[in-house]
Design a protein around this ligand. Sequence first.
Ligand SMILES: Cc1cc2nc3c(=O)[nH]c(=O)nc-3n(C[C@H](O)[C@H](O)[C@H](O)COP(=O)(O)O)c2cc1C
Length: 377
Amino acid sequence: MRGETYMDLAVDFMGLKLKNPIMVAAGPLTATGEMLRQAVEAGAGAVVTKTIVNEIRPKVRPRLAALGEGMQNIELYTEFSLEAWEHEIRYAKSHGAVIIANILAHTPSEMADIALRVEKFGADAIELGVACPHGEGLEGLFADPAQLYSFTKSVVQRVNIPVMVKLSPNVTNMAKMAMSAEQAGASAVSAIDTVRAIIGVDLESGRPLLSTYGGYSGPPVRPIGLAAVALISQAAKIPVCGIGGISNSHHVLEYMMLGASTVQLCTSLILNGLDSLSKIIHDLETWLMQHNVADFGQIRGKALQSLKSFEEIKVEPYVAKALQGCSDLSCNLCVRGCIYKAVHKSKFKVTVDQNLCTGCGLCLSVCPDKAFVLEWK
Ligand SMILES: Cc1cc2nc3c(=O)[nH]c(=O)nc-3n(C[C@H](O)[C@H](O)[C@H](O)COP(=O)(O)O)c2cc1C
């Protein structure tokens, strides 16, 4: 799929030189050194390990449930001991991987001890995996700015490699958490980890599909991730790594335009295969070339410039107009979806009653043919 390489996608992230800004996120695809190697072979600019802890335990079964495009997991940490990770990291490094070791512990000093060990094993950076929504009552850590600060500071003071802090969307103020990480000396933050969820209930048995609260991921969480990255980018100075629901190059660019310097992918690679990475990278190159973008700096944060606060938005007299581009007059999505009964269809054309239309904009997004525009009344 890659064929010729159009342009250089290399980025400098936290001082790491990455061949491209796309990483494989901590999860089941980064559980062993061999899997890290495969991710690099598939094209990843860096790989983030499954969360490394001191106390390992077997995985619960079942632990994954996909419904539509979203996935719930109740998976916790690595099944390998800290000692075993020495071999896994060295192996992946010997195959050219840039490795970010995702780690977690119960106290700041234990966290710093693990960080020191993975640094010795050869990890290029650390991600504090403090944001998992299930297990071990971790809310205290991921939702408390003071605790996040002390865990981060403890690690930053002990290691010489960059430290990134992974943030949870399950808090009221993500910007505050990002500021805590920044003040503690973190080199970057990554967002988001999964959204606390129960994916469904089996009505016949009356049981939830998975046996405890878990983390929701995949395309449905992307709007949550995008908002998180925008909010953090507006509040903090350190770079942001965008995560959540990315499955194509368009999504990568959306995250970047809202301020992300790099991105991570997990669920889409589980569902579509690691091979899908090469198409994402190829499409990203193509888009950049077609839009004469030589450097990610040209697009990073571009959408933030027009992201207003609600109070800044002026009420302007826009109404919808149907462009006669409807290819299926029997589709009716626009008519059904018009809350104000302003859209009408005859045998031959679609019209909008401009006296009933309130300019909500829904017809523009439901129409598969994009056959509506908003016009100044
Ligand atoms: C099955 C599964 C296991 C995961 N395990 C970890 C983990 O060990 N550590 C961690 O920090 N995040 C973990 N995550 C969260 C992902 O790294 C990522 O933040 C999240 O899934 C959102 O990205 P996505 O929509 O691309 O999957 C896991 C996600 C999934 C789906």
